[in-house]
Design a protein around this ligand. Structure first.
Ligand code: MG
Length: 417
């Protein structure tokens, strides 16, 4: 079906109206003319997109990859043509409304809109001469704290490549890895507490026996003894365990300095999440597989979580994440940002981090990829934190040479901005 904005007469009329409306506002008139996407085989699969205007300005975004994401971006990109990129809030709301039939409550559709939202904030910032954090309400802080993903005593990439041994999952190997990360300047770390399943039965019943619980307790103990005074350390369980096992695990690590225990039970059942959070003094965190404000509204309202952890380029974008941080703040719940993005998506997260009061830290998952930092022309992480730029938009530029070097099969490079 032909979208209404493919009508050339309407596009021309809109451009004329919007150019007139912007006069005297001290801004550059700009009308969206095109949206392009491409995909990179980065540390994860990264989907980049760019929104172009008739003013020669462009905004670049990134979304969490998934099948169908680029198709949704293409569909909504056609609708965005002719629009004024400064109307970010209305455009994002309308994109969710226009794709309800495609599943704009969760999944690939929401991820696609998240990337378009990021590109719109980059573009609107350039059009208005403002940094993205100012369009979101302004800064609470000048830099965004980073926590670094460490996996286990061996990095996840080596583990996936079959290069890990049992020794890499010994508690002292975890402690060695923690010490190495701290020596690189990081004071916030995360380890996977479900990396070694050798004590965990058949892998389907989600049960942890006493031996499995004690192994995880010893991992936490070893890390706490080694870096407890130097770093905050969080632990991830990737939705693996049953309610009773989760409560026993959380209780077993209460004596140690645990920043948070993440995704212990599967994400579907809010009541179990709430009972776990109430049953232990260990700080309980979840949110990376949830979407939009409506996906976390009850979680917040029932105080079923101690730390809320949306994945911004997947969850609904910068606008939706700021909105949800405000909802969480009404219940005095802090927000951490799950993140497996390139430096561009990570910087978009840093602007959100700057603009909300209840921010804790954003994840850095690319420490083991020596090329991670090459995907933006400017450095992003410096001394374990992200200085938040005051340049217009996101304040970073996607490096197209890096994109081209790892572009996915069949993909086309974005046109320059
Ligand atoms: Mg996680």
């Amino acid at each position: 079906m032909r979208s209404r904005d493919q009508n050339p007469e309407r596009v021309a009329r809109l451009r004329g109206l919007k150019a007139g409306a912007a006069k005297g506002g001290g801004m550059t008139d700009a009308t969206i003319t095109d949206v392009q996407t491409t995909q990179v085989d980065g540390e994860f699969s990264w989907t980049f997109l760019r929104i172009y205007t008739d003013a020669g300005l462009a905004g670049t975004g990134e979304c969490y990859w998934g099948p169908g994401v680029e198709d949704v971006v293409d569909l909504l990109g056609e609708w965005l043509e002719g629009e004024d990129p400064r109307d970010v809030d209305r455009l994002c709301r309308e994109m969710f409304e226009r794709t309800q039939h495609l599943g704009s409550l969760a999944g690939a559709t929401v991820s696609a809109i998240s990337g378009l939202d990021i590109a719109l904030y980059d573009l609107a910032g350039k059009v208005t001469g403002q940094p993205a954090h100012r369009l979101l309400g302004g800064k609470y802080r000048d830099e965004a704290r980073v926590y670094v993903d460490c996996h286990a005593g061996v990095h996840q990439d080596e583990a996936k490549a079959g290069e890990a041994s049992e020794d890499d999952y010994a508690p002292e190997a975890y402690a060695d890895a923690a010490e190495a990360a701290v020596s690189e300047g990081y004071d916030a770390l995360k380890f996977d507490l479900d990396a070694d399943r050798r004590y965990e039965g058949d892998g389907h019943n989600r049960h942890l026996d006493g031996q499995a619980i004690d192994y995880k307790r010893r991992v936490v103990e070893a890390i706490d003894e080694r870096v407890g005074y130097d770093a905050n350390v969080a632990y991830d369980c990737h939705w693996s365990y049953d309610r009773d096992s989760a409560v026993r695990l959380a209780s077993a690590i209460e004596p140690y300095d645990v920043w948070w225990l993440e995704d212990v039970v599967p994400p579907e059942n809010l009541h179990v999440q709430r009972e776990l959070t109430r049953a232990t003094d260990t700080t309980i965190c979840t949110g990376e597989n949830l979407y939009r404000s409506h996906g976390v509204r009850q979680l917040i309202d029932e105080q079923a979580v101690d730390v809320l952890q949306p994945d911004m380029p997947k969850f609904g974008g910068m606008r939706e994440t700021v909105k949800v941080a405000g909802m969480a703040d009404d219940y005095y719940i802090p927000v951490a940002l799950h993140n497996v993005s390139s430096p561009l998506g990570t910087m978009a997260g840093a602007h959100v981090a700057a603009a909300v009061p209840n921010y804790l830290a954003i994840e850095y998952h690319g420490r083991n990829d020596p090329e991670w930092s090459e995907f933006t022309e400017e450095p992003v992480i410096e001394d374990g934190a992200i200085p938040v730029p005051d340049e217009p938009g996101l304040g970073v530029t996607l490096d197209l040479d890096a994109v081209e070097s790892r572009i996915a099969d069949g993909e086309t490079l974005l046109d320059p901005a």
